[in-house]
Design a protein around this ligand. Structure first.
Ligand code: NMN
Length: 175
C-alpha cells in the first residue's frame, strides 16, 4: 500500500515529521509531494522546491518506509489538479490530508482520503515558524535537526528577514 501526503513544507517542521511517522505506520511506501513547487522568495513561501527536497529527504531518513519526494507545481485549475498530481507521482492508493480543498478534490476524483484532527496543527506551526525566524526568536526547537542544518546551509533566516522587509504580500493571518 502506497500513501501520498502533500504540503508546502515552508519549512518542514516537527508537526510534519509527526504526521509522516503516523502515515509510515500505515503504509508500505510513501510519496511526499512538495506543494506550490514553483513558489519561493516570499514571506509565505521562502524556500525553493530544491531546498525543500533537501529538508524533506533528510528529515525522513531512518524511517522504515521507502519514500519518494516529488515537487508539484500549482495549477490554476482545481478541477484537474488530482490528475496533475497523479501525472507526477508514483501510483498511490490513499491520500493523507486535512486541507479541506485537497480532501475535496481527491474525494471527488474517487481517491480514498484519510485525515486526523491533529493534522491541522501543521498549518499554524508553519506561520509561527516563519514569524519566529523573522523576529529572531527561537525556531530551531520546532523543526528536525537536519532541517536546521539545511536552513543554515542556505542562509534561510537571512533570506526570510530580507524578504519580510520588502515583500508587498505580507504573511496572511494563517497558512
Ligand atoms: O496543506 P498545504 O501545506 O497548504 O499543502 C497543500 C498543497 O497543495 C499546497 O501547495 C497547495 O498549493 C497545493 N494545492 C494546489 C492546488 C492547485 O494547484 N490547483 C489545489 C489544491 C492544493
Amino acid at each position: 500500500m502506497r500513501g501520498f501526503y502533500i504540503g508546502r513544507y515552508q519549512p518542514f517542521h516537527n508537526g510534519h515529521r509527526h504526521m509522516v511517522e503516523e502515515i509510515a505506520a500505515d503504509v508500505d511506501e510513501l510519496v511526499l509531494g512538495i506543494g506550490s513547487a514553483g513558489d519561493s522568495h516570499t514571506t509565505r513561501n521562502p524556500f525553493t522546491a530544491g531546498e525543500r527536497v533537501m529538508m524533506v529527504t533528510k528529515a525522513v531518513e531512518g524511517l522504515d518506509v521507502t519514500t519518494y519526494v516529488v515537487p508539484i507545481e500549482d495549477l490554476d485549475r482545481n478541477s484537474v489538479w488530482v490528475g496533475h498530481v497523479q501525472s507526477m507521482t508514483p501510483r498511490f492508493d490513499v491520500a493523507y490530508s486535512n486541507n479541506p480543498l485537497v480532501v475535496r478534490l481527491f474525494e471527488e476524483a474517487g481517491v480514498e482520503v484519510r485525515g486526523s484532527p491533529m493534522f491541522r496543527r501543521d498549518v499554524l506551526e508553519g506561520t509561527e515558524l516563519r514569524e519566529r525566524m523573522i523576529h529572531g526568536r527561537d525556531w530551531q526547537e520546532l523543526v528536525p535537526e537536519t532541517v536546521v542544518d539545511v536552513i543554515e546551509e542556505i542562509d534561510g533566516v537571512e533570506r526570510i528577514r530580507r524578504i519580510a522587509e520588502t515583500d508587498a504580500n505580507a504573511e496572511p493571518p494563517s497558512d
